[in-house]
Design a protein around this ligand. Sequence first.
Ligand code: CDP
Ligand code: MG
Length: 743
Amino acid sequence: RFSVARQRYNDPNAEKEEAWEEHQIRKATLKFGSKDKRQVCDDYQFVFEDQIDLIKASVMDGVKFDYEKEVALEKSRAKRSALDAIREERKKLPVYAVRDKFLQAVHDHQVLVIVGETGSGKTTQIPQYLHEAGYTKHGKMIACTQPRRVAAMSVAARVSQEMGVKLGHEVGYSIRFEDCTSKKTIVKYMTDGMLLREFLAQPELDSYSVVMVDEAHERTLSTDILFGLLKDVARARPDLKLLISSATLDAEKFINFFDHAQKFEIPGRPYPVEIHFTEKAEANYFDAAIVTTLQIHTTQPPGDILLFLTGQEEIETAEEHLKLRVGALGTKIAELIICPIYANLPTEIQAKIFEPTPKGARKVVLATNIAETSLTIDGIKYVIDPGFCKMKSYNPRTGMESLLVTPISKASAMQRAGRSGRTGPGKCFRLYTSYSFQNDMEDNTTPEIQRTNLANVVLTLISLGIEIEKLFQFEFMDPPPLDALKNAVELLCNLGALNGHVKLTKVGRRMAEFPLDPMLSKMIIASEKYKCSDEIISIAAMLSVGGSIFYSPKNKKVHADNARMNFHTGNVGDHIAHLNVYNSWKESNYSRQWCYENYIQVRSMKRAKDIRDQLVGLLERIEIELTSNSNDLDAIKKSITSGFFPNTAKLQKYGTYQMVKRLQTGHIHPSSGLAEVFPRLVLYHELVLTTKEYLRQVTEIKPEWLLEIAPNFYNPKDVEDLSSKKMPRGSGLAGKSAGAGTS
Ligand code: CDP
Ligand code: MG
């Protein structure tokens, strides 16, 4: 930086100085990549501080440097000292104190139920201890299941760092549609659903020496099914070690379920947590949460904040509100770093929550339930608990899923509070009254198996060779409602996955290859017949993305809506619109810019492409050719109908829809391209109760298709009132009033 000035004054050293600067930049660029040059120099100076004079002198004397070698040396030095630091940190975790006792217990018992506070090191340390103790010899792996994808990914990343290996090599993860493992992998973090699927390929889990079912207290559907299957495998394979780990203290249920299970406790040392209730019930927990966050930030001593919210949308709104309100407070108050965390958050941003908070600033983590036990975030001193979460439940009678904001259980509330006392005394602000805690909250959350659609799990179990009679006697820790089981079996029969004797058919076996809901798998299999597998897997991928495809910023809503409606030209319905989005994006050569211009979420599209690539592979496996039939929209729609024919609804008065085969009504979701079109007969992807009963992802179909595709499910009477004679309306472009006129 001095060189220009020096040259101007004809400094005899200018050339050397320039060589020196050039040297710094080159060497530092190697180290830091192509950052801003000035920044690179500063970083460089900092890193090489102790040797700077030496290097400078040599360069000034014209000595040539082997840059690559120097940088490699420096990198390995840095890595070694980071590893040293990590090793020290690992020793501080509560589980380290009982490492030997733990390994002895694993040696002595086949099944261990491990109980320890969140943050004691269960998830990150135990698989490493087992590896160090030789459980990965002879090429066997250690599996550790997580209920959530985010947790599996972030923990695997952390552990690979601790072991000083590349993620995906010795330590990897496997989640639906994403396999980050290799032949080298010995410690594998995975979602519980993925381990369930591995049973299909290896019923005795031969490639594993240890299976650890982590976060068992969460009692997800897959975890519960795993319990039943693992209990069996443990009997058949005495050499397999089974670890069930849980953050809650009532381990008795797990111990009683497994034969000869032994409890192993990790002594915790949580700090005291001061709990504050509100005096009166809050009218709006969201506003109260924002106000409380700001109050803590402006009045309380240093320490990070963890605020529990119910979902992505709420978290994004909170982020906006907080930014605005902190901005309005001016520069006198400390910086507030806002870190959102929810299931669909991209990995790069997830990492941000684990970064230490800079001095003088405060971090507020806006999290869903995921931070209750699945992820441990250090440095949290204040927890704000509004007392709600978003809970999925399924009504087997109406076939409706609801996704409602529901009060949490007492057990959840305790877990949330505990997050503040990990590294020092903490405070928990509950935005509800003490009366409400005592009287309105359930003790425990109902296990998912008792509130979900079981079709997928039943298909998996039957593919595993579990006969139907056995299915009804399957060893569940808490059995699902009989109705839900029966419904699942019935649906699978209707879809042709099971025959009249409730045995798996060829269609069923092919369906089980797909890690998708049975209706989606059936839709894909049917695409063979309609010669449109190419289009159908794009649709299936788009429907499986799990986040929204379109986005609509508040200040550009009109533009965004227009852009969205472009894909709906001709009222093709939401399924085909999704296909149009995918194809146009593909035509743009998967361009980011194209997404911005069309108000499409880049992230969702990338995920759709990944999923689609996987589906292509699976098609190959079941020997369905990839064929395109893009001009025949009816063929595509018929293919969709083959999977989703049970989900149909007829237009009633006032734009309401009546399910054809169920006593249930609903409305087309306002985000649908058909929301104001009111077709007479529609097929929907899902029926969800949020603020209302909504049909989501809707396509118009013809009544005669139902009789053609599902003659055993529909009879002519079901659709006879839909014959065109009785319905005088035109081809579906009528407005609301016309919809109201039909009956
Ligand atoms: O499973 P458990 O709750 O018992 O603890 P853990 O997840 O193994 O966490 C042990 C330590 O690792 C905690 O101090 C975490 O903050 C740290 N950790 C981390 O820094 N980054 C992660 N992605 C996961 C854990
Ligand atoms: Mg854990």
